[in-house]
Design a protein around this ligand. Structure first.
Ligand SMILES: [Zn+2]
Length: 123
């Protein structure tokens, strides 16, 4: 895996709104993640909701956190993108096992593309 990947390392949009800390701007980063997914650069594997519903559900505070696991098609890394109602957004690469180990809430909006993904990668 390359140290820097042109696809997933350019997803985060930072804001300095909260003094001292530089943190990820949730919705600006979400826009980039969506655009990359739409362009086929990222593949959504499992998530609390489709990327196109995330902003609305976060704004409504439908639940505490909205988590997305994606595969970077540029380098094969697995990317975790989490938006929390009262916390800092998180965008980072994670081991594949984290996708299964995440304590999913089984909401109606949940996305699970793992069966298709595993079928594709088994070839
Ligand atoms: Zn990548």
């Amino acid at each position: 895996m390359p140290a820097i990947c042109a696809t997933h390392d350019s997803l985060a949009v930072y804001s300095t709104m909260r003094s001292r800390h530089t943190e990820i701007d949730a919705f600006a980063t979400l826009d980039r993640v969506r655009a990359a997914a739409d362009a086929g650069q990222l593949r959504l594997l499992r998530a609390d909701c489709p990327l196109e519903l995330t902003e609305e559900l976060v704004t409504r505070e439908a639940k505490y956190s909205f988590v997305h696991f994606l595969e970077c098609r540029g380098c094969g890394a697995f990317v975790f993108f989490g938006i929390h109602i009262r916390g800092t957004p998180i965008l980072k690469t994670v081991p594949f096992e984290n996708i299964d180990h995440w304590p999913w809430d089984n909401t109606e909006t949940q996305i699970d593309n793992m069966p298709e993904y595993l079928a594709d990668t088994a070839r």
